[in-house]
Design a protein around this ligand. Structure first.
Ligand SMILES: [Zn+2]
Length: 262
């Protein structure tokens, strides 16, 4: 049985409309970049490798605080881990804020979906800014494992293909003493993507920005960045077939910081 720890490695700022489709594009919101430690009795497993250090405050055009090797080491140290100690690294997808520090996991088997790999090296036009081949191709010299679909990588840990946000995004299903949890990666950025507000909602984000959200009368609201909305909706129902809604952990929700699941 496992425990799941989302550890903040950086903060990234983007228009609200990036976190959910048709949201405001002129209002900015700041959210966390997490690396996830899955603690069990056996192997050391990490999901996602964080973002690089910003140049003049930006990474790929997005304002970023933290990031890079030092922040990754600081984050993992909260779970008494170093990247060199990790046995398995799962990369949910190869966007720049999930794959940047994978090269530091020198002793890990690295899991990426084959579809994601192909798409990252020849991305759809609107995704050219979100993939960086210089952080992807060096992984070929590591212990890279390109998988096809749903695969068990350890007792009680399964990779679940959830295409839509990208061609080969994978979630991670983790067995815990409170049932199956699903790390959804950027399939859901925040809880708003699968618990959309039914009343107008105002909240203050991590950077103190006031954000207003209008009610949305649909059960799932896609992220503003995606490759295929029909596939994205299919993947929502696939996610629900793996874990109950309350056990799905979105990729960038601020409320997860400092928590341990279950
Ligand atoms: Zn992404």
């Amino acid at each position: 049985m496992y425990k799941i720890m989302p550890l903040k490695q950086a903060e990234i700022t983007a228009p609200v409309g990036v976190t959910f489709m048709l949201g405001h594009m002129r209002v900015l919101t700041t959210g966390p970049v997490y690396v996830w430690v899955i603690e069990g009795d056996g192997e050391k497993i990490v999901v996602d490798a964080g973002i690089e250090e910003p140049q003049n405050g930006f990474v790929h055009g997005f304002p970023v605080k933290g990031g890079g090797e030092k922040s990754l080491r600081d984050a993992l140290s909260k779970a008494d881990l170093k990247p060199e100690d990790v046995d398995k690294l799962v990369i949910t997808h190869l966007h720049f804020d999930h794959a940047a520090n994978a090269k530091l996991f020198t002793n890990a088997r690295i899991y990426v979906q084959k579809k994601e790999w192909k798409s990252a090296l020849n991305p759809p036009m609107h995704y050219r800014q979100t993939y960086d081949s210089s952080m992807i191709t060096p992984l070929e010299d590591m212990d890279l494992c390109l998988v096809n679909g749903d695969v068990e990588i350890a007792d009680g840990i399964r990779l679940i293909l959830l295409p839509g946000h990208t061609k080969g995004l994978q979630g991670v299903a983790v067995e815990t003493e409170k049932g199956t949890y699903l790390l959804a990666g950027d399939h859901f950025y925040t809880y708003f993507n699968f618990f959309p507000p039914k009343q107008p909602l105002e909240f203050t984000d991590m950077a103190g920005n006031k954000i207003e959200i209008q009610p949305l009368q649909i059960p799932f609201v896609p992220p503003g960045l995606h490759v295929d909305l029909s596939e994205w909706y299919d993947s929502c129902f696939k996610a629900l077939s793996i874990a109950k809604k309350a056990n799905i952990l979105p990729g960038h929700d601020p409320s997860l910081e400092g928590r341990v699941f279950p």
